[in-house]
Design a protein around this ligand. Structure first.
Ligand code: ZN
Length: 465
């Protein structure tokens, strides 16, 4: 087992990863609230932790990766009011959209995908524990709050104690402005709600992650509910601080041994927000670029740094990825990767996912390999090792797994595709009849529309320039 180092957001320093159970990594990532399409911030978080998971897997860890779906929330209820859709319809629609966006970005599906509504009884049980232990109280209107004053360690995890979002909520019935809702009593005639010993209502957002991590990842006798808890840096406070407080007071367990947070995405230098109308959705980016190109771009900046999204950088990143696919066209066998390259790429990623160092190693490998293949195009041993290198890249980074010719055909619409394939078939027929003038004419016709044709030993392939 190789060593892995990560930057712990709580300690604010790089530490060596030592999971609670040998050779196993239990990861919990806060997932989406499904009331709208996912934006680039969601994508970046999912990709950052997908990288973490892939690297730990390559290092030999058995990774259990939980990413929840928040399917009950005020934002979903608001969406219900604004549309004529039911809660179930909204949740099903946006969960599917989220999963298909993630699939387009080559984010592996989570090992466990718990939903809030699938854990209502566990959340009620957690509230009950907190009430019993005196760490929570119910207000006259039926809401239940976590009593921050009863937990002196509050704020030590993130280093923050106050936040506007938390204090903005009406404080008239709270004992302390920092207290946060565990249960929101249903208002009369409100359609969505769950029965509980403390009245009809619905759980607060922070509560679900504590209940789900405990139910799905904790093991009897463990000190921590999970090894690594992750999310966007905007979640550290208050969301993660609140989760950790609930878990400690309710279950007597520390929620996570390590905390990891990814940086923000800005759009052309501006903070992404709905009010600015520049909240860039994944689906919009996917209409102009392949999912893998978007993935490659979003992960090309270190996960903790801020990323300033802009078209020029995305385009440049896509061209960098093209180089991997161009090399792939020259290689048709998969052997063991070159040990020096493998060592270098894994060592860089094991250093808190040092992507720029990894990408530099890849660029260098591509340049070196192209030179070697230029000199000796038929070297089977070299080709097998290169195939191994490319396989390693796709396992480690989640890019380069596609058919290289299809990669360069992306964006060609179906009718054009049929037309191109018809021309290629006519060209093959002309060649078979030794009618080379006609064959050349067709090749030129294709070239005029930006299609280049290559004759391989068994088939003819094409790509769009
Ligand atoms: Zn969470």
């Amino acid at each position: 087992m190789k060593r892995f180092f990560l930057f712990d957001s709580h300690l604010k320093s790089k530490v060596e990863f030592a999971p609670e159970f040998e050779n196993e990594a239990r990861i919990y990532l806060c997932g989406p609230t499904v009331y709208d399409d996912s934006h680039l911030g969601h994508a970046r978080s999912a990709i950052s932790f997908d990288l973490l998971r892939r690297v730990l897997t390559c290092l030999g860890y058995k990774v259990t990766f939980a990413r929840n779906i928040t399917d009950i929330d005020d934002k979903i209820l608001k969406k219900m009011e604004q549309s004529d859709k039911s809660l179930e319809e909204i949740v099903a629609f946006y969960s599917d959209r989220y999963r298909s966006d993630m699939e387009a970005l080559s984010v592996l599906p989570p090992t466990i995908e718990p939903t809030a509504t699938g854990h209502i009884s566990q959340m009620i049980e957690l509230i009950d524990r907190l009430l019993t232990r005196g760490a929570a109280y119910q207000t006259p209107n039926g809401d239940i709050y976590f009593d921050v004053a009863k937990y002196p360690q509050y704020g030590l995890l993130s280093g923050e104690t106050q936040e506007d979002a938390q204090t903005r909520v009406s404080t008239e019935q709270k004992r302390d402005a920092r207290d946060f809702a565990l249960w929101k009593a249903a208002k009369p005639l409100e359609a969505v709600g769950y029965d509980s010993p403390f009245g009809r209502g619905r759980p607060g957002w922070h509560l679900e992650c504590s209940a789900m991590a405990q139910t799905r990842l904790f093991r009897r006798g463990a000190e921590y509910a999970c090894d690594i808890h992750g999310g966007g840096s905007d979640l550290f406070f208050p969301h993660h601080e609140n989760e950790a407080a609930q878990t400690k007071c309710g279950y007597g367990v520390t929620l996570a041994k390590y905390w990891m947070h990814n940086g923000f995405v800005r759009i052309d230098g501006r903070k992404m927000s709905k009010s600015l109308n520049n909240s860039f959705f994944v689906k919009d980016a996917l209409s102009i670029f392949q999912g893998e190109a978007l993935r490659f771009y979003l992960m090309s900046v270190h996960y903790r740094a801020g990323l300033n999204y802009n078209y020029g950088d995305l385009n440049a990143s896509k061209k960098r990825l093209d180089r991997i696919y161009r090399l792939k066209k020259r290689v048709d066998i998969i052997g063991e990767p070159e040990s020096a390259f493998k060592e270098e790429a894994i060592a860089a990623m094991s250093d808190d996912l040092n992507i720029s160092k990894t990408l530099a190693a890849i660029d260098e490998m591509i340049a070196r390999s192209n030179d070697a293949l230029d000199k000796n195009p038929k070297d089977k041993t070299a080709k097998a090792a290169l195939g191994g290198n490319l396989k390693l890249i796709s396992d480690l980074l989640g890019v380069g797994a596609q058919d290289p010719y299809e990669w360069f055909q992306w964006g060609v619409i179906e009718t054009d595709r049929r037309e191109i394939e018809k021309l290629i078939a006519s060209r093959a027929a002309a060649k078979a009849n030794r009618d080379y003038a006609v064959a050349d004419e067709i090749r030129e016709k294709l070239s005029a529309i930006g299609v280049s044709v290559m004759d391989l030993s068994e088939k003819t392939v094409w790509e769009k320039l």
